[in-house]
Design a protein around this ligand. Sequence first.
Ligand code: PLP
Length: 469
Amino acid sequence: MDGDGLRQLGHRAVDLAFDHLEGRPGYRSVPPELRRLLQDAPLPEAGQPVADILERVATQVLPYPMGNASPRFFAWVNSPPAPVGVLGDLLAAAMNPACTFGDHADVYVERCAVRWLSELVGFGGGTGLLTSGGSMASLTCIAAARHRAARQDGWDVRADGLQGGHAPLSLYVSEDGHNCLRKAAELLGLGSRAVRLVPMDGEFRMDVGALAAMLAADRAAGWRPFCVAASAGTTNTGAIDPLDELVDLCAAEGLWLHVDGAYGAFAALDPEVAPRLAALGRADSLALDPHKWLQVPLECGCALVRDAELLRAAFTMVPPYLRDVEGRPGFDEYGFQQTRGFRALKLWMGLQEAGRSGCAEMVMRHRRLARHLEGLLGSAPDFEVVAPVTLSVVCFRHAPAGLDAGAVDDLQRAVASAVQAGGEAYLTSSVLGGRPVLRACILHRDTSEDDIAALVDVVRRAGRALASA
Ligand SMILES: Cc1ncc(COP(=O)(O)O)c(C=O)c1O
């Protein structure tokens, strides 16, 4: 292996990776001719030297990133990778185990990392497994909820599917609940009409009174409510649904409480937010995304379910050729995937490097920066903050004097596009209460108050340029 200089090329690859991380490049659009070259290139007939391929990566791929390495990237819910996690991915790829079952280190490392996550957010107990992300984590958890509901009603959803003429199952999600919850309902055969959208209160949280009324009305109309999928941090505003009240309501109504904590559950590490997330310790299931706030390189989600045997009952199916092995039950009995990558290594390494206090400090710093941005916008006459700042998302509108409401609406998307094209910062627009807004999410470990001030300045300049165009 060393004869062809692959080890040296490996060093070059590590240098490229760390140059990229240190350079913290922002988004750069791919020139049209390169776009064609990358997308339409034919597969070479003959193998190519690795040195040439690496050079192509250096000149054609690395210079055109999505931009989340930059501390001025404020879009969606994307962090840069922790460098230690990049090393974890390299080492995991070198080992390349099928992290499913067996008496090998990867299985134990995943069990440990999942337990650490559960302890970090105060879920505690139960079982869990790593997934590709928050969407797969919620799908896994809601499959368990569906299994329990059918079992309670005396039928077997794995054998019968949803074909047996039972009362239709309904799932309750706030209007700002992530679209993965609706996709999960579709994939699980419930259909998106079974996803009942619960109105939100003035703080963009699920309105528990409205939920109670919907449950009663739906039951009267023949539905079989089975699960509430609450948000511990919505993507749009970072709102945390009233989990205390929901946990009690679900217990009283015999419903499964799933919490989508993909973005926000790690805020449990911040004493200021922890009381609002204390009910995670009583939820039936929880979806987490260490590849968001914990800076674990993509992909790394985690499904936690309190009733381990129930999750196993929802998924276990072991073919004869996989029975006589060490280390059963394996992760394949708790989720859909059989052959699984060693995602746990980058997570396990990252959690050790940061420690509980490092994770907590990052969450608290990002929340402080979000409040700093809120303060800057709140004291400026040409901006308005349009949602409470709970986590690290700030939703706002740029409203220069002299524009009517329609023009201000149009300005938000135009400003987001102009900022993106300008390359100094990156943020996106969204819609809140039916109106376009700008949305900045702070998740980069190096974002500073200067970067926050720069964002406000960039948005203002973009607004001015659009007004004078
Ligand atoms: C609140 C929330 N839930 C779920 C998801 C989906 O997670 P993933 O993209 O990792 O599948 C996201 C992604 O941004 C999210 O913000």
